[in-house]
Design a protein around this ligand. Structure first.
Ligand SMILES: N[C@@H](CCC(=O)N[C@@H](CS)C(=O)NCC(=O)O)C(=O)O
Length: 212
């Protein structure tokens, strides 16, 4: 019998309009498990007062991290690729398909999220005059050009690369300045998947429990 995977996240995060609920990155791991039908449970570390046991498993004191038997991994991208090796639903097994999944997963993290996260932080101070706006708009336009002729990023079908890219970009504020039709349709298509809804609802319920 497959041992249950353990997805670790915080016991609570702020809610409300500006809180991160629904966007904490454990959702990526939940979503992948839901897509692949991999059994998992969710456990918590305290949001306040991160201790040495937490830092031993996530050196930056962040979440998520994943436990798979005696293997513990941090970094959501590494966790996703680990899960992708467990299920063909997340990544095909042919060399070309796998290479495409790898490049687009890393692109989501290293070409897109490395722009969107700084943009988001700068926007808290600069508002609409965000100095990183053009940089981000250029990345979104280039991705839109790809999606104009591709329904999915890799291997001609849904893979973990789409899950990651959609999670990075589903924050509406990121795309509000200049919506691109193919990109908008793509985010809608990926996030309409029932597995995303189950993952999202699971995260919201988890943090709601923390309120009490
Ligand atoms: N590169 C990391 C980023 C993890 C990350 O930013 N986690 C957030 C929650 S989504 C966090 O723990 N933030 C609190 C902090 O940085 O102290 C990953 O993808 O796992």
């Amino acid at each position: 019998m497959t041992e249950k995977l353990v997805i670790w996240t915080y016991d609570w995060v702020p809610g409300g309009k500006s809180g991160p609920r629904g966007h904490v990155r454990d959702i990526r791991l939940r979503w992948a498990c839901e897509e692949a039908g991999l059994p998992y449970e969710v456990k918590s570390v305290p949001f306040e007062g991160r201790d040495s046991a937490h830092f031993a498993r996530q050196p930056f004191g962040q979440v998520p991290f994943l436990e798979d038997g005696d293997i513990t991994l941090f970094e959501s991208g590494a966790c996703l690729l680990h899960l992708a090796h467990k299920s063909e639903v997340l990544m095909p097994r042919d060399a070309k398909g796998e290479a495409e999944v790898l490049e687009w997963t890393i692109a989501g993290l290293n070409s897109m999220e490395m722009v969107t996260v700084p943009w988001w932080f700068v926007s808290l101070f600069d508002g609409p005059d965000n100095r990183l706006k053009d940089w981000m708009l250029q990345r979104l336009a280039h991705l839109d050009a790809v999606l104009t002729s591709h329904e999915w990023l890799a291997a001609g079908r849904f893979t973990v690369a789409d899950l990651l890219m959609a999670d990075v970009l589903r924050v509406p504020r990121l795309r509000a300045a200049n919506p691109h039709p193919a990109l908008e349709a793509y985010i809608e298509r990926v996030c309409a998947r029932p597995a995303f809804k189950r993952a999202y609802d699971g995260q919201m319920a988890h943090f709601a429990l923390g309120d009490s």
